[in-house]
Design a protein around this ligand. Structure first.
Ligand code: ATP
Ligand code: MG
Length: 423
């Protein structure tokens, strides 16, 4: 919990925040007070991260009229569904005390009477903000066994450092023997559609969320939104939203439900995440089996990786196996030595990817993973080795299947040829 908890007031009336400051008196500086006028704006702030407590004014019409008309507790319900785990304290006046009690019965952390702010506000804020908000857990109940595929998240220490390239090639390498879904969880501007060039009609996360609440997405519809990658049997892609009309934002609840569905079908779910401390990234990592942190061999990338690891340490990602993928995009004259990177990060190295500028460009032109284009290249072999390392560290429950036409078969053939000195 932050040293100075951030309290988000949802109230159209700008005067309430002043009365809160007055009630807190000289303790006001121990809280960061923020105000938004309605629940949708509040949700955007909460998903952005850093909000410890929400104060929801039920007395004012702080929410879209139609929601309130339906059910006065609908704003609370919306917060509970879309920002699971956030502590919500309800504000009311004497006349609304009955409603506030019902709100507490239905999961609000506490209620405060505006007429008695002075006496209770500080106590309630202190006790409620001391409780950490858990991320939503992935629902793993769709299959009878309840066992899901393994979730492997890829994050770059910084943007543009090769994360998507590594994620999609590892996904393709694993797909030689496993059912793999590559999921793009970028809130915007994900590059996977640019890499694979799916048909315009291909459905994506935005389409799914526009049609259903995440928790209600039918498995069949989820499956029909997966894009099968040409020439890579066993690999399907779920693209992030490509259409700005699909305005449902990615949030922790949506993300965990999507991963829950993917892990019911696949042996491995490979997640392409942006470099960010967002609540969505947090929820994904708290539910993942492995974090592969893609680091370039320069001091800025390594320092940035350290910051990400520090933050992940503070999250409840206890079961997460963390490792670095060291990526060389160019052959530097004096790259940062591996020993220095290891000493800085204190995590295992999952793999080292050599420079492959021309192969990357060829793969982009062919809209295909590099491991399918030139199986003998050092970079392709390194991607396969990385996939193998991840598979050994995080074994999938099911038996491996050989897909003779897949990249694995080609990889084995090339390995045999290399060993036999044919190359
Ligand atoms: N091993 C490599 N050698 C040379 N270039 C590479 C290598 N891996 C990736 N690249 C190139 O680096 C660029 C960025 O790659 P990529 O899109 O995978 O990065 P990213 O970290 O996912 O970026 P973003 O932050 O935009 O999501 C691309 O042009 C890609 O071809
Ligand atoms: Mg990317």
């Amino acid at each position: 919990m932050a040293q100075h908890p951030t309290v988000l007031l949802i109230d159209e009336d700008t005067a309430t925040i002043d009365s809160i400051r007055r009630a807190l008196g000289d303790q006001a500086s121990h809280f960061k007070l923020r105000r938004v006028a309605d629940v949708p704006t509040a949700l955007a702030r909460i998903w952005g991260g850093g909000i410890d407590v929400v104060l929801l004014n039920l007395a004012a019409s702080a929410n879209p009229v139609e929601i309130v008309a339906e059910n006065p507790l609908a704003p609370l319900r919306a917060l509970q569904e879309k920002a699971q785990g956030i502590a919500v304290v309800v504000l009311c006046d004497y006349a609304g005390e009955g409603l506030a009690r019902t709100a507490v019965q239905q999961g609000a952390a506490a209620y405060l009477l505006r007429e008695a702010f002075e006496a209770d506000l500080l106590k309630v804020l202190r006790s409620v903000s001391g409780k950490a908000a858990p991320s939503p857990a992935i629902p793993r109940s769709l299959t009878p066994s309840g066992k899901g595929g393994k979730i492997i998240a890829f994050i770059g220490a910084k943007g543009g450092g090769g994360t998507t390239t590594v994620a999609l090639n590892v996904a393709a390498a694993l797909a030689g023997r496993r059912r793999v879904i590559l999921v793009e969880l970028h809130p915007e501007l994900g590059s996977l559609p640019l890499y694979f060039q799916p048909h315009r009609s291909a459905r994506d996360i935005g389409d799914l969320l526009a049609a259903h609440r995440a928790q209600d997405i039918p498995l069949r519809e989820f499956e029909s939104s997966l894009w099968p990658v040409k020439n890579v049997p066993g690999l399907q892609v779920l693209y992030g939203s490509r259409n700005e009309q699909n305005s449902v934002p990615l949030d922790p609840v949506n993300a965990t439900h999507i991963l829950g569905l993917a892990s019911e079908i696949a042996d491995y779910v490979i997640v392409d995440l942006p470099a960010s401390f967002s609540e969505t990234n947090r929820a994904v990592l708290e539910n993942s089996d492995c974090l592969a942190l893609v680091v370039e061999r320069d001091p800025i990338s390594v320092q940035s990786a350290r910051l990400i690891l520090n933050r992940v340490d503070s999250w409840k990602a206890g079961k997460l196996t963390i490792g670095a993928v060291i990526l060389n995009r160019a052959a530097l004259v004096s790259p940062m030595p591996f020993s220095e990177i290891a000493a800085d990060l204190h995590i295992r190295t999952l793999g080292v990817i050599p420079p492959a500028t021309d192969l990357c460009a060829a793969a982009q032109h062919a809209h295909a993973p590099m491991v399918t284009l030139d199986t003998e290249s050092l970079a392709s072999v390194a991607m396969h080795d990385l996939a193998r390392e991840i598979e050994e560290l995080i074994p999938s429950a099911g038996p491996a299947e050989r897909m003779e036409d897949g990249p694995l078969a080609a990889y084995h053939a090339s390995q045999k040829m290399t060993r036999a000195g044919v190359r």
